[in-house]
Design a protein around this ligand. Structure first.
Ligand code: IMP
Ligand code: MG
Length: 194
């Protein structure tokens, strides 16, 4: 702030904590689980010669992606795709729409799709179909969270951070109305917020 400028009234941007009813998974627990997941993933791919490409599904996967890939001691490329299933202020999924087309040359490469959560599975089913059209050597999926009560049998994830109950959560990339992605824990919002 420049000298002489009057301070904005407090609180002009209240902390996210005030909107969170309870922490479901603490940051420290997430860190520990990510270390184990990274080891599982490294074990799966370290012998492959074709090369690994991560496909993070934007924007929910960005925090999980950055945390996970820094723990992976493998050479890899990144492609991008953006799919939106919860537009704006909703906690009920709509049919996923492609917002950014899949990028990257995936032919003959091992592809690991990265997403924040496997909920109804519609997003991952759609992204998987898009990836398969590019004739990769293999396709697997890693998600930070899974709601096992909802995920359909034909859509599975190969690497899962945590199984959770069917409730709407935010943090670690997961949003409500595009907010709370930077909340460091996985939390449940106060009902009056939604
Ligand atoms: P699906 O297509 O129903 O599996 O939903 C996948 C997408 O919906 C995820 O990538 C998230 O962006 C979003 N989503 C699903 N459940 C939640 C939640 O509890 N909180 C925030 N976003 C969610
Ligand atoms: Mg989302």
């Amino acid at each position: 702030m420049s000298a002489g400028a009057s301070p904005r009234p407090f609180p002009y941007n209240p902390p996210m904590e005030e909107d969170v009813a309870r922490i479901l998974i603490h940051r420290e627990e997430i860190e520990r689980r990510l270390a184990d997941m990274a080891e599982e993933i490294a074990q799966t791919y370290h012998r492959d010669e074709e090369g690994l490409t991560l496909i993070p599904v934007l924007a929910g996967s960005i925090i999980f992606l950055a945390d996970l890939m820094r723990k992976l001691p493998l050479k890899m490329k990144i492609g991008l795709v953006s799919v939106s299933a919860y537009p704006g202020r909703t906690t009920r999924p709509t049919a996923p729409k492609t917002v950014i087309e899949l990028t990257g040359d995936l032919a003959g490469r091992h592809v690991l799709i990265i997403d924040d959560i496997l909920d109804t599975g519609r997003t991952l089913r759609k992204v998987r179909e898009m990836v398969l059209q590019r004739e990769p050597a293999s396709v697997r999926t890693a998600v930070l969270l899974r709601k096992p009560s909802k995920a359909p049998p034909d859509v599975s994830a190969d690497f899962v951070g945590f199984d959770i109950e069917d409730e709407f959560v935010v943090g670690c990339g997961l949003d409500y109305d595009d907010h709370y992605r930077n909340y460091p824990h996985i939390g449940v919002l106060r009902p009056e917020i939604m």
